[in-house]
Ligand binder design. Structure first.
Ligand SMILES: C[S@@+](CC[C@H](N)C(=O)[O-])C[C@H]1O[C@@H](n2cnc3c(N)ncnc32)[C@H](O)[C@@H]1O
Length: 347
């Protein structure tokens, strides 16, 4: 259903102007902090590492393999390090969204069904269920890495491949997908299944990275910039366009969603901005990236044609740069939501 990836218009998502220590992105600016002290950070996790028996080991990491024990078409690990990273990333998203779990205007004053596709450790689903006691939340994932007996009675987890036919007994009022750019061979087909399994008036929301580094002249030629470019090349070679979030709005509208809103946010690669909120986002981003860069690279960089030695060098340089606050770079995040129209709204 998806069309061929077309090249991203870098100017459209890139910095609109360059100043010495200020990075312009979308409608706002991030100014670099030259006088920064590190502060300790706290975050919540789903608990201990949960091992999925349907996994295979490769290069010291484990990957999900539940379909006949085969290598899946999902290229990130599912081990303890990855689970910790996902919980850190969840914290980063909460800081970015001012504590909110989503931005779609979902009515929460009566019982409603929520689906979190590709839920990871389930931390979003658990938080949502806990904060919205009238909701019944289902989290699905290829890997069973969510708490088994949850302390939140209105939340359950099931193993499911979102690219298979959906068999849910009920329709949903809110479907959420986060950080799924690398997941599906056909994201628009997953969106279409969501549309078919939603009640009229229900919302879908996607929150996702566009896997590029955007920055001022301090970023040019750095390891983190090179790594992001090679990552995209590798994922494209494996059939995953990591820039696809730029097309979510158009895809939702094509399917028939209405009132589709696209918001562009930004994750600084570390605590370089002066702005308090983005500095905190950047702190979580450093932790996220320090663990995510190796995990994202293991399969993608060889697919980009790098030798094992080159992979290690590129990853090491990217890891060094992640801690370098004189590099002013961000990774774009798109938040896109839309509503399934009521029958009377259809033409
Ligand atoms: C980067 S993680 C994001 C997890 C979670 N949404 C979050 O934001 O914390 C992507 C997750 O998608 C899952 N996944 C990948 N392909 C999938 C598929 N076809 N169906 C269901 N889950 C999938 C992976 O197992 C992984 O847990």
């Amino acid at each position: 259903m998806s069309k061929e990836p077309k090249p991203v218009d870098w100017q459209a998502i890139g910095p609109s102007a360059r100043m010495e220590s200020t990075l312009n992105y979308a409608d706002w600016k991030l100014t670099a902090d030259t006088n920064d002290k590190n502060e300790p950070s706290r975050y919540k996790s789903t608990g201990h590492t949960i091992s999925d028996a349907h996994s295979i080991e490769e290069g010291g990491r484990t990957y999900q393999a539940y379909k006949d024990g085969q290598k899946s078409s999902y290229y990130l690990p599912n081990d303890g390090a990855e689970q910790d990273r996902l919980d850190v990333q969840h914290k980063m998203f909460r800081v970015l969204l001012d504590g909110k779990l989503g931005l779609a205007p979902v009515p929460v004053d009566k019982p409603f069904h929520v689906l979190d596709i590709a839920t990871g450790t389930g931390i979003w689903a658990l938080d949502y269920a806990e904060e919205n006691p009238l909701s019944r939340v289902t989290g699905t994932d290829l890997s069973l890495i969510q708490p088994k007996r949850t302390w939140v009675p209105n939340c359950e987890f099931i193993r499911d491949d979102a690219e298979d036919s959906w068999l849910f007994p009920q329709k949903f009022d809110y479907i959420h997908l986060r950080a799924i750019a690398s997941c599906f061979s056909d994201t628009q087909a997953v969106m279409k299944q969501a549309f078919d399994h939603m009640n009229e008036g229900a919302y879908i929301e996607l929150q996702d990275f566009v896997a590029v580094c955007i920055g001022d002249e301090t970023m040019e030629g750095t390891g983190i910039h090179r790594w992001a470019q090679l990552l995209n090349t590798g994922f494209l070679a494996m059939g995953r366009d990591m820039l696809r979030a730029t097309r979510y709005k158009a895809w939702l509208e094509e399917i028939g969603f209405t009132d589709v809103v696209e918001l562009r946010e930004s994750m600084p690669t570390n605590a370089w901005p002066r702005d308090r909120k983005y500095k905190e986002v950047g702190r979580w981003a450093t932790l996220d990236c320090a663990s995510g860069i190796p995990g994202l690279s293991t399969r993608a960089l060889p697919a980009a044609g790098l030798t094992p030695e080159e992979c290690l060098r590129v990853v090491q340089q990217a890891l060094n740069d992640i801690h370098n606050r004189s590099i002013h770079a961000i990774i774009p995040i798109y938040i896109v939501y839309g509503r399934k129209p009521f029958a009377h709204e259809s033409k």
